[in-house]
Design a protein. Structure first.
Lengths: 304, 281, 451
C-alpha cells in the first residue's frame, strides 16, 4: 500500500528528472507492455468477465453454480482436478529427484570434459514436440507392436500415470538444467572447506548443497505445479479430444477444451468454457499464493 | 599405499558417475535413436528387427518420400519457420528495449513494471484462448501467421525481459555516460550497449524458439488451415490420418524432430544459459 | 561524427550515426544488427499476412474422410472440374476424431470450408440450429432422394440442409481362409456365433474377434457394436422411437438383451483390447492374425483388397429362423456453409452430387459407400456386393439415439460411448451398463425423466 503511495508521490513531484525518467521508461517498455497486456493479460481478464455472462446476458454466478452443483458437470470438474493433482504428485516425485540426481552427477566434478556431452544428450527429449514424444512412447508400450504386454494406455487405472511418466521423460531437461546451474553457482570454498574437514561426497551433497539450493528447488516445484495444471498438449496428442477410458485421463485442460469446443454432436458453450477457465486460473493462483506464503518464506529463512 | 588406494577409490567413483549418466543418457536418447534408424528401413525391416541398423537389404528412403509427398510438409516447415523467427525476433526486440528501460531509468515505476513481467512469466495464457479467438476473428487474423506471432510475443516477452534485465545490469555506466557526453540520444545509447548483451539475446532467442516451434495448442486453435499449418500440427494430423503407413509415419516424425535437435545441439550453451538465468531470478 | 564512404551507405540504411570514438569492430556490429533488423521486419510482416488470391471460383470441401483423399483428388474432383472449368475444387479433410470440434470452431469463427460433409443428425442439427448451413429446399436433384433419407440432415419441420450422398452398413468381415482351415461355417444364430468364436479361441492360432477398444475410438462400440447386434432385440426403428418418447426404458428386457449380446464378445476379444485402436484392429485382420473383424462397409478397400479372400456376415439372431435385422446408416451428405461467398457455385456442386454420374463414380471407387439416390447404380466390387446382399431377407433399420437424444450436453453419443467402452474393457455386465445408461438418460433427457 505504501508502495503505491510512494509511487503516486513520485508522479506528483515536479522534479523534471523523475518525469523524464518515467517518459523514457515508458517509451522503452511500451512495445513489450503492449504485446503482454494486449495478448496475455487482457484475454485472461476478459475470460473471467465472460464467465459472468450467458450469450451477452449478465447472469452473475450462474455458470459457476452450474459447474459446481450440476451432477454431471461437478463430477467432471472434481475428477479433472483430482487427475491434475495425481499428475502433479507423480511428476513432482519422479521428476524432481531424477533431475536433481542428474544435475548432481553432472556437477560432481567427476566427468570434466564429458559434461557438456552428457548435458546435451539429457536435454534432447525436451527439444521434441509432444506429438513425437507421444507417438514414440505409445509405440514402445503398445501391446501389439511394442515391448509391453499390458494395455497401459487403455486401462483406466494406468492411463494417466503412463501419460504422466511420458511427460516427465520429456521435460526432465528443464529442472535438470535449472538445478545444474544452481549447483554450479555454489561458492567452491564452502565445498572445499567441507572436503578438507573430511566429509564424503554424499554427505556434502545432502547436508550442504541441497539446503543451499532449496529456494531453487522450490521455484522449480511451483513452476511444475503451474505447468501441470495447465497441461493439455500431451494428453491431446495421445487421446485427441477424447477424455480417456472412463474419463481417466481427463484433466482440467482437456475439460476446458471440451467445454468450450464441444465433443461430437455437442457444440460447446463459450460461457461455460470461460467459467471453467476462470476456475482453473483461481486454482493455480491459490496454489501459487499458498506456496509463496508458506514454503518459499521458510526456505529463504533457512538460507545462509 | 594409501595414495594408490585413494586413487582406485576415486576412479571407481568416477566410473560409477559415468555409468549412471550413461544410463540416463541411453534412457533419454534410446527411443529417439531407434526411431531414427527405423525411418530408413523397409516395413519388414521395421517389424522383424526394430533395433537393428538398416543394412543394404532393409535400407530405403520410401518413408521419407511418401511423408513429404502426402503431408503438407514443405509448407508446414515454411510456416513454422516464419512464425518462430517472427515471434523470436519481435520478442528479442521488445525484451531488449524494455529491459534497457527498466535497468536504465530506475524508479518505483520501473520496479513495478519488472514485477509485472515477473508475474507474467507464470501466467497461464491458454486460459484466455476464448477471448484471443474473438480478437483474431474481429481483426480478420484467423489462419494467418501474424495471429500466432502476436500471441507468442505476448506470452514470451515477460521471460525475455527478465532475462535481459540481468544482462543489462552488467553493463558499466561509464560506457553509457561516454555516449551521452558525445551527444548520443537515449535510443542510440541503447544501440551502443546492445552488442554487449548479445549472449543474453542469444539466450532469449534460444528459449523462445523451443516452445514456439513445438507448440500444439495455439496452432490448433488459430491456424489449423492447411495453408498456415505449423510443422507440429501437421505431424499430429499426419499421425491421425496415416495410422497404418508405418514407414511414412516414422519418417514424418523424424522430419519433425530434426530441426530442433540440430538447433539445440549447435546452440546448447545459449539454451542452457537462458534457462538457468531466467528461472533463477 | 561523419563517416567515410562505405560505412556511410550502411548508415543511410540504418539511419544512424555512430560516434567514431568506438572501435571499428563495435561500429560494424551495430550496423550489421540494424541492417538485419530492418530487413527482417520488412520480410516478416508482409509474409505473415498472407492474402488469399483466387483466380476462378474456388470451393473448399471439408470432410472427415481423409482416407479417401486420393480418390477425390485424382478421380472425382477432376471429373467435375473438366465439366466446370471455371471452378477450382479443393479437398481439405480433417482427421475423423477431430472433425466435429474443428468444424464447430471454424463455423463459429467464420473460417469453415464452403462445402462441408454432414454427419448424420447430432452435429448437423446443431449447425442448423445455429444457422451455419443454408437450407436447400427445391435444389435440383434433391428429389432423387426419399424423404426418409433426407431426414438426418433436415430440421424439425423437414426442411433439408444437406444433399444426401451415401449410406454404410455395419457387420462382420471374416477371413475365408481361416474359416476353411478351421472348418467353420458362417454363423446365423447367436449360439452358432459363440460356437465359431470358441473353436477359433481353442485352436489358439488366431484371435477370434477384433474391434476398436481404445477409448478414443469408442464411437465404434456404439455404431458397429451395440447398434449392430441391438436392432434385432429392440425390433429396429420402433425400439428407437420408444426410447425417444419415453414409452420404454433402457432397463427393459429387450435393450438389456442387446447390451448382453454385445458383452458376450468379451472373452473372444484380444487380451489387450483396451489399447486396441480402430486402425490396430484393422491391421490385425489385414495381417491375417484375426479371424473376424467388427467393421463398417466403408472399409472394403482396406479390409478386402484385391487378392484377399474375405467375406461378410451380419448380426446373429437369437432364435433360428428369425428374420435378421441389418443396420444401415445414412452416413454422409454435403451441405453449404452459410458464410461461404460462393453459394451459387456451391449449389451447382451439390446438384452434381445427386447425379447418376457421381453416384456411379462413388460406388466404383469407394466401395462400401452406397449411394442413397433413387437412381440405379451398379456395384461391381464383390465385397461391396456382399454387404448389399446382407439386406436380402432382412429388415433394414437405422441406429437409435442419434436424433432427439443427441442434442445438448451430455448427449447419447458422449454417454453411451463411454459406458460401452467401460462395459467391454472391465467386468461390467450388460445389465449394469443398461442400468447406468438409463440412470444418465433420466437425469438430462426429459421424456425419460422419472415421473
Amino acid at each position: 500500500m505504501s508502495f503505491f503511495v510512494k509511487l503516486i508521490g513520485e508522479f506528483l513531484k515536479s522534479k523534471t528528472l523523475v518525469r523524464r525518467r518515467h517518459r523514457q521508461l515508458l517509451l522503452f517498455t511500451s512495445p513489450a507492455l503492449t504485446f503482454f497486456l494486449l495478448f496475455a493479460v487482457f484475454p485472461l481478464l476478459s475470460t473471467i468477465y465472460i464467465s459472468f455472462y450467458q450469450e451477452d446476458v449478465f447472469v452473475g454466478l450462474k455458470n459457476f453454480e452450474f459447474l459446481f452443483t450440476n451432477d454431471e458437470a461437478s463430477e467432471r470438474l472434481l475428477y479433472a482436478f483430482l487427475h491434475n493433482v495425481q499428475f502433479f504428485l507423480i511428476a513432482a516425485s519422479v521428476q524432481l529427484p531424477t533431475a536433481l540426481c542428474m544435475a548432481a552427477l553432472l556437477t560432481s566434478g567427476r566427468v570434466r570434459r564429458m559434461t557438456s556431452f552428457y548435458r546435451t544428450l539429457l536435454f534432447i527429449p525436451t527439444t521434441l514436440s509432444v506429438v513425437i514424444v507421444g507417438f514414440i512412447w505409445r509405440l514402445i508400450i503398445h501391446p501389439l507392436w511394442g515391448i509391453v504386454d499390458y494395455p497401459l494406455l487403455g486401462e483406466a487405472a494406468t492411463a494417466l500415470p503412463t501419460i504422466t511418466l511420458m511427460s516427465v521423460w520429456q521435460y526432465l531437461g528443464i529442472p535438470m538444467v535449472f538445478l545444474y546451474s544452481a549447483l554450479i553457482s555454489i561458492p567452491s570454498n564452502i565445498i572445499e572447506a567441507a572436503q578438507v574437514d573430511g566429509a564424503s561426497d554424499l554427505r556434502i551433497f545432502f547436508r550442504i548443497k541441497i539446503p543451499l539450493i532449496a529456494p531453487q528447488i522450490g521455484i522449480i516445484t511451483i513452476l511444475t505445479f503451474i505447468w501441470i495444471f495447465n497441461a493439455f498438449d500431451i494428453i491431446y496428442a495421445l487421446n485427441g479430444g477424447a477424455p480417456g477410458p472412463d474419463y481417466a485421463t481427463d484433466v482440467l485442460g482437456t475439460l476446458f477444451y471440451r467445454t468450450f469446443f464441444g465433443w461430437g454432436p455437442d457444440l460447446g458453450n463459450q460461457n461455460l468454457g470461460a467459467a471453467t477457465a476462470t476456475v482453473i486460473f483461481f486454482i493455480i493462483l491459490f496454489g501459487t499464493a499458498v506456496y509463496f506464503a508458506t514454503v518459499q518464506r521458510r526456505l529463504k529463512a533457512s538460507q545462509l | 599405499m594409501i595414495r594408490r588406494e585413494g586413487r582406485v577409490k576415486n576412479q571407481s567413483k568416477n566410473l560409477m558417475v559415468h555409468l549412471s549418466l550413461l544410463f540416463f543418457a541411453i534412457l533419454a536418447i534410446g527411443p529417439i535413436f531407434v526411431m531414427v534408424i527405423n525411418s530408413f528401413k523397409t516395413v519388414e525391416g521395421i517389424f522383424t528387427g526394430p533395433l537393428k541398423i538398416p543394412n543394404s537389404e532393409t535400407f530405403t528412403l520410401d518413408g521419407f518420400k511418401r511423408a513429404i509427398g502426402q503431408g503438407n510438409f514443405v509448407r508446414n516447415y515454411g510456416n513454422s519457420t516464419i512464425i518462430t523467427l517472427g515471434a523470436t525476433l519481435l520478442t528479442v526486440i521488445c525484451s531488449c528495449l524494455a529491459a534497457y528501460g527498466i535497468t536504465e531509468y530506475t524508479t518505483k515505476l520501473s520496479a513495478m513494471i519488472a514485477g509485472l513481467f515477473t508475474i507474467g512469466i507464470m501466467l497461464p495464457v491458454t486460459l484466455g484462448t476464448i477471448v484471443i479467438i474473438k480478437m483474431m476473428v474481429r481483426f480478420n487474423l484467423l489462419n494467418t501467421h501474424l495471429s500466432l506471432i502476436l500471441v507468442y510475443v505476448g506470452i514470451f516477452v515477460p521471460l525475455g525481459v527478465i532475462l535481459m534485465v540481468t544482462n543489462f545490469r552488467t553493463v558499466s555506466n561509464e560506457l553509457k555516460e561516454a555516449a551521452r557526453i558525445d551527444g548520443a540520444n537515449e535510443f542510440k545509447t541503447f544501440l551502443i550497449v546492445l552488442p554487449l548483451v548479445m549472449p543474453g539475446v542469444a539466450a532469449v532467442a534460444a528459449i523462445t524458439m523451443l516452445p514456439v516451434w513445438n507448440d500444439l495448442w495455439f496452432p490448433l486453435i488459430l491456424t489449423a488451415g492447411p495453408k498456415t499449418q505449423t510443422l507440429t500440427l501437421g505431424i499430429q494430423q499426419f499421425v491421425g490420418t496415416y495410422q497404418n503407413d508405418w514407414q511414412a509415419l516414422i519418417a514424418a516424425l523424424v522430419l519433425g524432430a530434426i530441426p530442433l535437435i540440430l538447433l539445440f545441439t549447435l546452440f546448447s550453451k545459449q539454451f542452457i544459459k537462458g534457462l538457468s538465468d531466467g528461472y533463477s531470478k | 561524427m561523419t563517416l567515410p564512404g562505405r560505412s556511410a551507405r550502411f548508415c543511410l540504411v540504418s539511419g544512424l550515426t555512430i560516434p567514431t570514438k568506438y572501435s571499428e569492430g563495435v561500429r560494424m556490429r551495430i550496423k550489421k544488427v540494424s541492417l538485419i533488423f530492418a530487413m527482417s521486419i520488412s520480410l516478416i510482416i508482409p509474409a505473415s499476412v498472407i492474402p488469399a488470391v483466387a483466380a476462378k471460383t474456388t470451393l473448399v470441401i471439408d470432410s472427415w474422410r481423409t482416407d479417401d483423399s486420393k480418390i477425390w483428388n485424382e478421380i472425382l474432383i477432376p471429373m467435375y472440374e473438366k465439366a466446370n472449368p471455371n471452378v477450382d475444387l479443393v479437398w481439405a479433410p480433417t482427421p475423423s476424431n477431430e472433425y466435429d470440434s474443428a468444424l464447430s470452431l471454424r463455423m463459429k469463427s467464420g473460417t469453415a470450408a464452403d462445402i462441408v460433409m454432414c454427419r448424420p443428425y447430432g452435429l448437423t442439427k446443431a449447425f442448423i440450429k445455429d444457422k451455419h448451413l443454408i437450407p436447400i429446399t427445391g435444389l435440383p436433384g434433391l428429389n432423387n432422394f426419399t424423404k426418409q433419407s433426407q431426414q438426418s440432415w433436415a430440421n424439425a419441420s423437414g426442411v433439408p440442409y444437406c444433399m444426401p450422398v451415401a449410406s454404410v452398413g455395419a457387420g462382420f468381415y471374416y477371413n475365408k481362409n481361416i474359416f476353411k482351415e478351421l472348418k467353420l461355417t458362417v454363423p446365423k444364430t447367436q449360439k452358432e456365433f459363440i460356437g465359431v468364436l470358441d473353436k477359433i479361441k481353442k485352436n489358439g492360432k488366431y484371435t477370434p474377434l477384433v474391434a476398436a477398444g481404445l477409448d478414443a475410438d469408442n464411437w465404434a462400440l456404439d455404431q458397429m457394436g451395440l447398434q449392430l447386434v441391438g436392432p434385432y432385440y429392440w425390433k429396429g426403428d420402433a425400439g428407437g422411437v420408444a426410447l425417444d418418447n419415453g414409452t420404454r426404458k433402457v432397463t427393459d428386457p429387450e435393450y438389456v438383451a442387446a447390451f448382453e449380446a454385445l458383452a458376450s464378445w468379451k472373452p473372444y476379444l484380444p487380451k489387450t483390447f483396451s489399447s486396441l485402436s480402430y486402425s490396430d484392429a484393422e491391421q490385425l485382420f489385414i495381417l491375417g492374425r484375426a479371424a473376424i473383424a467388427v467393421e463398417g462397409s466403408w472399409s472394403v478397400k482396406e479390409m478386402a483388397p484385391p487378392g484377399s479372400n474375405v467375406g461378410v456376415f451380419g448380426a446373429p439372431v437369437a432364435k433360428a429362423g428369425d428374420k435378421p435385422y441389418v443396420q444401415v446408416l445414412a452416413d454422409f451428405g454435403f451441405g453449404i456453409n452459410s458464410a461461404s461467398p460462393s453459394q451459387a457455385e456451391a449449389k451447382k456442386l451439390l446438384t452434381w452430387f445427386s447425379t447418376k454420374e457421381f453416384g456411379q463414380a462413388l460406388a466404383n471407387n469407394l466401395p462400401g459407400f452406397f449411394p442413397l439416390s433413387k437412381e440405379k447404380i451398379s456395384v461391381d466390387n464383390k465385397t461391396a456386393q456382399a454387404w448389399l446382399n446382407l439386406r436380402d431377407g432382412a429388415i433394414v433399420t437405422a441406429p437409435i439415439g442419434m436424433d432427439k437424444m443427441n442434442t445438448g450436453s451430455p448427449n447419447w453419443f458422449s454417454v453411451t460411448t463411454n459406458i460401452l467402452n467401460k462395459m467391454m474393457t472391465t467386468n461390467m455386465t450388460g445389465k449394469q451398463a443398461a442400468a447406468e445408461l438409463q440412470k444418465s438418460l433420466e437425469s438430462w433427457y426429459p421424456p425419460q425423466k422419472k415421473k
